[in-house]
Design a protein around this ligand. Structure first.
Ligand SMILES: Cc1cc2nc3c(=O)[nH]c(=O)nc-3n(C[C@H](O)[C@H](O)[C@H](O)COP(=O)(O)OP(=O)(O)OC[C@H]3O[C@@H](n4cnc5c(N)ncnc54)[C@H](O)[C@@H]3O)c2cc1C
Length: 435
């Protein structure tokens, strides 16, 4: 008897895969999610904040059931130079009320919850199973995956590759160029236990509310940055750094995390905390210009497998982009199945939908952001410059009058090796990218 052919097989039950399977199952399609971990999210590493507005489309009042740790009501951007720091700290009660803005969440819980929405809708989840390769029909079109199970072939009219950064399925399909270290960063983080009362007190938030701190200038000049997020009774602290920069500097990533943890502006927040988990993972930060082809005959690629993490300096968002692209992939596959055309042309609606949504619109708009934010001046010279400016303005040196004016700003810029021309050029670039 011939094997039954599924409408779709989704590889990976992270946010992209769960969203794709959810959209397909809700459209009445037969769909199987293949996940190598023992449960969705069991192997997944990220910093810690999810901006889940995109879930409004799929789970009404999702905030009433999502496994959130804390709702982010404070977002702080800190620039450090040696022992000094300057922070812009924004807080609003609005983000602490439904429908909320961002939340800290544990991926093992969040991914499991999102995947359960797909299985509730009728998708099948097969865990502890690795997709090991692609199946092709006589025309060369993709028609399923091999797995590491003895009876492991899964035939399907379309494969949705949501297998994360460095997607080997996209590579095997010939639509992902060879991995380039320059387009990836390494994220390294510690999760540290801390009494919830201490978290509330030290970060100045009531229970259920939390803080997102992004840190620039803390990576010994290696392009990247640091972060600190509050969970219910743990704190996530880490760095995201250029892979090539890290290799060239010969520094161990855990030393960089220790630098952030021991910084005088951070250490008191973490006093008494204990390490409970250490994790590292690659991030596809190359952005729009490094994305693969998104479709080929019989296959679409979504989430990190398609390099969709937005890492544009002040933003590091991947989960919402994975969900947005997964949903669009599911809808496009359903439309292609309806039209009985699962060729690349039949699946082309996927890119069109992404182009008109935040997923590719934001990526396109901020495609030049990484080169500015990770530039030597922003990483190595501006932290010192802004700290010197602020220190000069607020150090009272009577009987000297207060410093000020162009000559003061110029002398600070010179001291930090920045020419006025460069400052103006960077300000202009920043205005064009972020304005
Ligand atoms: C250190 C770090 C910090 C980050 N911080 C944030 C943040 O704060 N906020 C944010 O929104 N994003 C953040 N991101 C990005 C975010 O984690 C990713 O964008 C997001 O996880 C992408 O989702 P995905 O479903 O595409 O891929 P993944 O979450 O990587 O899921 C891929 C899934 O596929 C499975 N899989 C892989 N290969 C196979 C196979 N062959 N067979 C079967 N299963 C397979 C994996 O087990 C996994 O479950 C961060 C990333 C890192 C590394």
């Amino acid at each position: 008897m011939p094997e039954p052919v599924l409408d779709a097989v989704v590889v990976g039950a992270g946010p992209a895969g769960a969203a794709a399977a959810l959209a397909l199952a809700r459209a009445g399609r037969s769909v199987v999610m293949v996940e190598r971990g023992p449960f969705p999210g069991s192997k997944n590493v990220y910093g810690g904040v999810i901006y889940a507005r995109i879930l409004d489309e799929v789970v009404p009042s999702w905030w009433e059931e999502v496994p959130a740790e804390r709702w982010v009501v404070r977002r702080s951007t800190m620039v450090v130079d040696g022992d000094r720091s300057l922070a812009i700290d924004y807080r609003t009660p609005t983000w602490g009320e439904a429908p909320y803005n961002g939340m800290t969440a544990i991926r093992a819980e969040f991914d499991r919850w999102l995947a359960s929405k797909a299985t509730d809708a009728g998708a099948r989840l097969v865990t502890s199973t690795v997709a090991t390769g692609l199946l092709r029909d006589e025309r060369g079109a993709i028609c399923g995956v091999r797995t590491d199970r003895p009876d492991g072939d899964l035939r399907a009219r379309v494969v949705v590759a949501c297998d994360g950064v460095n997607s080997f399925l996209a590579k095997e399909a010939g639509i992902h160029p060879k991995a380039d270290a320059a387009h990836h960063t390494l994220g390294v983080k510690e999760v540290r236990s801390l009494d919830p009362d201490r978290i509330d007190e030290r970060f100045g938030v009531p229970r259920d509310h939390g803080v997102d701190i992004e840190i620039l200038g803390c990576t010994r000049g290696i392009p990247g940055g640091g972060f600190l997020y509050t969970n219910r009774d743990t704190v996530s602290i880490g760095v995201v750094v250029s892979l090539t920069g890290l290799a060239a500097a010969g520094v161990r990533p855990e030393e960089l995390v220790a630098d952030v943890r021991e910084h005088p502006s951070v250490a008191p927040l973490l006093a008494g905390s204990e390490l409970v988990e250490y994790a590292a993972h690659l991030i596809p930060e190359g952005g729009y210009d490094t994305m693969p082809e998104l479709v080929t005959d019989g296959m679409v690629v979504a989430g990190d497998a398609a390099a969709m993490t937005l890492a544009a300096g002040i933003w590091l968002e991947g989960v919402n982009f994975a969900i947005g692209s997964g949903l669009a992939a599911g809808r496009a596959v359903d439309a292609a199945l309806r039209a009985d055309d699962t060729s690349a042309a039949g699946l082309a609606r996927y890119r069109r939908e992404l182009e008109s949504s935040f997923v590719l619109a934001d990526h396109k708009r901020f495609r030049k952001a990484p080169s500015l934010v990770l530039s030597d001046r922003v990483q190595q010279r501006y932290p010192g410059l802004v700290c010197d400016l602020v220190e000069g303005l607020f150090t009272v040196n009577n009987p000297e009058p207060k410093p000020g004016g162009a000559s003061f700003a110029l002398s600070v810029a010179r001291r930090n090796g920045v020419r006025l021309r460069e400052l103006a050029a960077d300000a202009w670039r920043a205005a064009r990218i972020f304005g």
